[in-house]
Structures are given as C-alpha cells and as structure tokens.
Design a protein around this ligand. Structure first.
Ligand code: 8YV
Length: 312
C-alpha cells in the first residue's frame, strides 16, 4: 500500500516523476480525501501538495500517520502550519527556484501596462495600424519611481531588475534592509504616496490580508499602477476595483486574484488592467525545478534524512 499521496493538478511530467519515485495515490483536491478507505489513509505518511485550496487540521486528521506535507510552491498559505506543527507534521515549500520567473513576470506586466502592449497588438492585428496610422502615445516606464512592498527573495529580484531600468527604488519591509541606497518606508501609505508603480511581493496569509488597503490604494493617486505577483488576499480587491473603475489610479498588472480562477468579472471590463492567470512560476524550466524540490523533500523524509526546505 502506498505511503505517499499526491494532491492537486500535476503536469504530465510531474505526474510521471511522482509515479516513478513514489507510486502515489493521486487526488484532485483535499475535498477528495473522504473518498479514500480508512486503511489507505492510515498508510499515508507523506503528501505532495499542489494548489491553493485550504489544507487544514480537519484534512490532516484524516491522515493519522502523516509526517510531511511537501508543498509545490513557495507560498504555503493554503496549508495551516500551526495545525501541522501541533500534529508533528513537517511542511516544506519550494523557495528560490522560482524567483527569476516571478520577477520577470512582474517587470513584464509593468512594461505591458505602461506601453499598452495588449492594446497596441490589437491595433496592429485589427488593421487599424494600416488604416488609421500610428498607435496612440503611451507611458514611459524606464526611469519611473517604483515601490516594492515586501523586499524578500522575490521582491529583491524585482528591484534588481528595475535598477537596470534606471528606476528610483523605494521599498517597504518590516525593518530596513541592506540595499544599494534604495529608500526605506516603514509605512505602506508613505511608500504608495512616493511612487508611480507599486509592486506587491508580500508573503500571503492572515498577517498580510488586505495589506494593500483602501488607504494605500488612495495614496497611489491617478498616475499609480499596482502590480501584484503575491496573492490576491494581500489587496483589498473591492477597493482596487473601485479605484480602477473611477480612474483614481491609472491601472494594474495582476497575476493573482481572489477566488482564482473565477475572478471578479469587473476586471475583464478594464483595459487598464493586464490580467495574467497566476502563471508567475509557470515556465517549463521552473516548474521542473519546483517539482524536483518537492520530490527531494519527500524522498528525504522517507529516508529519514534532513528536509531540504522546511518551513515549520
Ligand atoms: C503556485 C505559487 O504554487 O509558488 C507559489 O507560491 O503561487 C505558484 O508557484 C503554482 O501555481 C502551483 O499551484
């Protein structure tokens, strides 16, 4: 009887690799746990987890011998780590291997939003270019002032890239960091007031819920553009939609939303918003590295060795 359970929507490559290493039982989501026989649940000591559906104490209690939840992703806000620790269950994630891709997407959305690349492409494709001439002038991105909300591993990769775009870099973090002269703000409202682009690179979870509040959004002003590659929960989304619809901020580039993939349809009506389907880490190379790290953590657990990237 298998000791590993793989929960979530895995690619064919990850499915094959998980199968060859652990021959796990696959479930689409934690809600399918109840469908497993009690004997099969008792045999499970390791869960390979992928997705954003909550995995809490109730689910853990259905797997009485569980020792590890290896998350496929750097953000593990879906997993109740307090409940896991209380049950002696270790949780691991996949940090660092996705920093470049997520930072690339943040910069890409800034360029796409400012240079109106989606609309300009539609202009060319529709024949407007040939019929009506040059596409309208848009907004210079290089040389802007940018605020990074959360200067962790990914936030720093974004800032490093934007330094090459000759940007004046400001940041918010819980405490001042060692930087090459970037401007520190201890208050997100003061950061939002000071910048043109505000990039959210916070960790998700209860502590950062609606951290980008109505006040922070108001402080961005009519030239402000919000970029979010973290979690939908970090932004007061109702306040964001109101500000976008009324032109109180200039636009947004969003890879993450509340209720993914069934996002608020009000976003679809806004051509000032670049919408991405939570694909920050979604390249062949990075997903291969994430899958490998997830499996390496499970293999270490089964071998009784030190875990590579524990979070609790
Ligand atoms: C997802 C992510 O894990 O790493 C994270 O925190 O949000 C993503 O990389 C990925 O979409 C798989 O669900």
């Amino acid at each position: 009887m298998t000791t590993t359970l793989a929960i979530g929507g895995y690619s064919d490559t990850d499915f094959a690799a998980l199968t060859s290493e652990f021959d796990p039982v696959f479930l689409g989501g934690p809600d399918e746990l109840a469908g497993l026989e009690a004997e099969a649940r008792s045999a499970i000591t390791a869960v390979a987890y992928k997705g954003h559906a909550p995995f809490g104490g109730d689910q853990m209690d259905m797997l009485p011998n569980l020792g590890i939840i290896a998350n496929y992703g750097v953000g593990y806000d879906a997993i109740d780590t307090t409940a896991a620790s209380a049950r002696g269950i270790k949780v691991t994630n996949t940090p660092n291997v996705l920093n470049d891709d997520v930072a690339d997407l943040a910069v890409g959305m800034m360029l796409c939003q400012g240079r109106e690349m989606m609309q300009a492409s539609a202009w060319a494709r529709s024949g407007d270019w040939a019929k009506n001439g040059e596409y309208r002038l848009n907004r210079k991105v290089s040389g802007s002032t940018v605020g990074i909300l959360g200067l962790g591993r990914i936030g720093r990769e974004i800032a490093d890239r934007l330094a090459a775009f000759k940007m004046d870099i400001h940041y918010y973090a819980r405490s001042e960091k060692d930087t090459p002269g970037w401007t520190y703000h201890g208050d997100p409202v003061s950061l939002a007031q000071a910048v043109d682009f505000l990039v959210v690179a916070l960790v998700g979870g209860a502590d950062t819920e609606k951290f980008v509040s109505k006040e922070v959004i108001a402080a961005m002003g009519p030239n402000g553009v919000l970029i979010n590659i973290s979690r939908g929960t970090t932004v007061d989304e109702a306040a964001l939609l109101d500000a976008l619809e009324s032109g109180r901020i200039a636009g947004a580039g969003l890879d993450v939303f509340l209720n993914e993939p069934n996002i608020d349809p009000r976003f679809y009506a806004l051509d000032t918003v670049v919408i991405q389907p939570h694909q920050g880490s979604g390249t062949v190379q990075t997903r291969a590295a994430m899958g490998q790290l997830q499996r390496d953590n499970i293999a270490a657990f089964h071998a009784g060795a030190d875990l590579l990237t524990p979070v609790n």
